[in-house]
Design a protein around this ligand. Structure first.
Ligand SMILES: CC(C)(COP(=O)(O)OP(=O)(O)OC[C@H]1O[C@@H](n2cnc3c(N)ncnc32)[C@H](O)[C@@H]1OP(=O)(O)O)[C@@H](O)C(=O)NCCC(=O)NCCS
Length: 181
């Protein structure tokens, strides 16, 4: 390990899986969600979603590994209609990712379990998300969890980046839905 390498860039420590905790985000976590700059362009969006969590209109679930930090995340927004692709949904899931070195070991599953259990407790029964057409791995993950494609999705939406500029996203894909039992 070189001096420049952060813990999450290295090979995961042995027995790391048992030390992963799933919890809701706190304000102090927001910077870590930028992943050392890779997602800095979503800074405002993350802050807005966090503000919505405080109003009971969103939830941000995180996977945290002791000594390493945040290794995964997934968000859900509900309640008040929002601009963009999530405006018509009772619960819209997005921002789901696990750091590459920690994928394929069940962290994503635990995150989605926590998110869906929470939705059940809130009385929300229908979950919607979009998956980009090229993301066959992501689609497989959702299908294994009983999400079904309901329609093609144009994947066009905008956000305001950290410099205040509006950015357009154009990522066609699939809308998927699950009815929680
Ligand atoms: C999708 C993602 C969050 C899942 O997290 P994870 O911790 O790897 O998930 P788990 O270990 O709980 O589940 C793994 C399952 O995901 C699926 N999967 C997801 N991406 C995959 C890939 N690139 N290759 C193979 N399988 C993949 C498989 O069905 C796999 O099941 P298996 O282990 O039985 O083969 C993670 O792979 C990721 O961050 N991917 C990049 C970002 C992304 O695609 N996010 C979803 C956007 S809609």
């Amino acid at each position: 390990m070189t001096a420049e390498m952060a813990p999450w860039q290295t090979v995961p420590p042995p027995d790391w899986l048992a030390q992963v905790g799933i919890r809701l985000a706190r304000a102090a976590d927001l910077e870590a969600l930028e992943w050392e700059g890779e997602y800095a362009h979503f800074r405002r969006m993350y802050a807005e979603i966090y503000a919505r969590t405080q109003a009971g209109q969103a939830a941000m679930w995180l996977a945290e590994l002791a000594g390493v930090g945040i290794i995964g995340q997934v968000f859900v927004q509900f309640g008040r209609p929002q601009p963009g692709p999530r405006q018509m949904y009772p619960a819209y899931v997005h921002g789901f990712r696990v750091r590459p070195a920690y994928r394929g070991r069940g962290v994503g599953t635990r995150l989605m379990d926590a998110l869906e259990d929470d939705l059940r407790r809130r009385g929300v029964r229908q979950v919607t998300l979009n998956v980009v057409a090229e993301n066959s791995g992501g689609r497989r993950f959702y299908e294994a969890r009983k999400y079904f494609v309901t329609a093609p999705d144009p994947g066009r939406w905008t956000y305001v980046d950290q410099h205040g500029n509006t950015q357009a996203v154009d990522e066609p894909g699939w809308r998927m839905r699950k009815v929680l039992q």
